[in-house]
Design a protein around this ligand. Sequence first.
Ligand code: GLN
Length: 486
Amino acid sequence: MELHYLTIAQARELLDRRELSSVELTQALLDRIAASEPSLHAYLTITADAALASAAAADQVIAAGQAGPLTGIPAGIKDVICTQGVRTTCASRILENFVPPFDATLVARLKAAGMVMLGKHNMDEFAMGSSTENSAFGPTHNPWDLKAIPGGSSGGSAASVAAGSAFFAVGTDTGGSIRQPASHCGVVGLKPTYGRVSRLGLVAFASSLDQAGPFARSVADLAEVLQVIAGHDPADSTSSPAPVPDYRAALGRGVKGLRLGLPKEFFAAGLDPEVETAVKAALATLEGLGAELVEVSLPHSDYGLAVYYIIAPAECSSNLARFDGVKYGLSLRSERGSLLDMYLDTRSQGFGPEVIRRIMLGTYALSAGYYDAYYGKAGQVRTLIRRDFAQAFAQCDAIVSPVAPTPAFDLGQKVDDPVQMYLSDIFTLSCNLAGLPGMSLPCGFSQGGRPIGLQLLGPHFAEETLLAIGHAFQGVTDHHAQRPAL
Ligand code: GLN
């Protein structure tokens, strides 16, 4: 039996029956990490000793009969999420040696629930990118095909869950960074409703768009993680006080009678034929399960990319101003240099090219005389996009679409063409602009054996609907049960 590919429920049963200890399970995962990391590079930091110590503590909790669903289950955390005493780099030189003095709220909740943290996952620098090639410490490779990108920015998280070097992971999604890598690595990823999961302790990229969420190999596993991390945090003023429903209970609801909306703008030219075939087959499966397919329209979809690439860089230029060589991380000071020299040296050497591009775009968009024309206008169009979704959800319970226009492309293929790279997120970023929940789940493979994902979008706080649809789909398909030959 391959311990690293158990479901959380299977591992839970073995742990609770004391047929397996969390220390043994954690050691199996550390062995898997040792075997897979040379080819994948999904982790930036591996905390083996701390993991074994928390596994031993989890074993005590289990022995005392006090285990919860995640007690003793090993997982990884994206390196943009603060972990007390464990280096949190954001895959950037500027934070290469930054050790946070506190845990992000979601990490504290997972630890309280008994998670065993294995380490920190690789990502695009400051979560800016779609391929993990913007990591200052080298890219992650896709476990299904080492020549391919794993997607991004949470590429390390998706690759690791697919490869069995973590049972689950938590990443962040600002414009697609959970859903797109989940799609490319053949795992499930959920971006919750904006405000559903606390942002306290996420290193901010674009504050009005950022949201943390789980990766897992099945929808049922994912629900367990969401259950722990969702909920109000008085220390995050944007976190929602709405009560957290029982996500496990939602799994069995089925899709009978649900209306699924197909946005006609998302099935237009430019969609890879293999992606289209896999998504259409998934739609037929859902129809067979009793869902009704209806066409909907999101008329302002064409503006999504432009709006995102004003708002996200504008917010990023403001958020990243704090990395100045004084307060955090890298600090390049010369004997005779001025304060300005320190800022310039630290920031020009500490940030990579994509981050610098975003800061420049955002600073320009926010500058005097341009603010109204760019940021102000983008905000107005964002309202129209949000309204499109509200109108579509008057006609359907969830929206279904592809996650990405193509399967994973090759490493290096788009690094010199930022606009091509930005187009990877064409189907995912409007969800963030509208603050909606979105899920990606495996629905097929390309001829070349690269995974393809299906995207489900719901109204605000309709995570239960997405889980119900995803779980019903996984009950009659086995795309999610395929494993890469690594
Ligand atoms: N790929 C998009 C970007 O580069 C989205 C990133 C994300 O969701 N963090 O901004």
